[in-house]
Design a protein around this ligand. Structure first.
Ligand code: GAR
Length: 187
């Protein structure tokens, strides 16, 4: 059984979908959820799903190797970033090179980079008058949002769309494809 660690900073709806997807098979399980935000709704999901939660602050994440040690203690095979807001520090990047996968709610390289997170991405896409958006699932390397792309899926942006309605379409794509891409990597 492979072990997945999910990093999340917010609501955690992708986290929940991934956990449920793998709980139905015997390829992998979500071993722990790592969170930097004590107010994130993902914390409640973790307790409902009965998955251990590791909460850390900036200092613990960047100054020491507490998070890396925890990942290694749990024999983590793959790190999944599902709406995680902070850059991954060098010690974790080096230890898990090619084993960190991220989902981005737009078609990279457009609408990526600093500050491009969640609703800010959908607002920027709508403001620029794009006619399509979508998701990008990619590996993480030292330059954020620039690792090898594993999958992109598109959805239309229609004239009446708002950031909220676009977010909904993008989330639907995420729930459908993210667990399957993770499964492929682990196989
Ligand atoms: C997702 O849409 C994900 O693509 C995005 O945050 C959302 C988290 O939703 N990630 C980024 O913007 C990364 N730059 P969730 O907490 O409900 O899974």
């Amino acid at each position: 059984m492979k072990r997945i660690a999910i990093f999340a900073s917010g609501s955690g709806s992708n986290t929940e979908h991934i956990a449920e997807y793998f709980s139905k098979g015997n390829l992998a399980k979500v071993e722990a959820i790592y969170c930097n935000n004590p107010k994130a709704y993902v914390i409640q999901r973790a307790s409902r799903l009965n998955i251990p939660l590791v909460l850390f602050d900036r200092e613990k994440f960047y100054a020491g190797d507490m998070v890396l040690r925890d990942l290694q203690l749990r024999k983590t095979d793959l790190i999944v970033l599902a709406g995680f807001l902070w850059l991954i520090p060098g010690n974790i990047l080096r230890a898990y090179s090619d084993r960190i996968v991220n989902i981005h709610p737009a078609l990279l390289p457009a609408y990526g980079g600093k500050g491009m997170y969640g609703m800010a991405v959908h607002e920027a896409v709508i403001q620029s008058g794009e006619t399509e958006s979508g998701i990008t699932i990619h590996l993480i390397d030292e330059v954020y949002d620039k690792g090898k792309i594993l999958l992109q899926e598109k959805c239309p942006v229609l004239p009446g769309d708002t950031p909220e309605s676009l977010a909904e379409k993008v989330h639907r794509l995420e729930y459908e494809h993210f667990p399957k891409v993770i499964e492929k990597i682990l196989e």
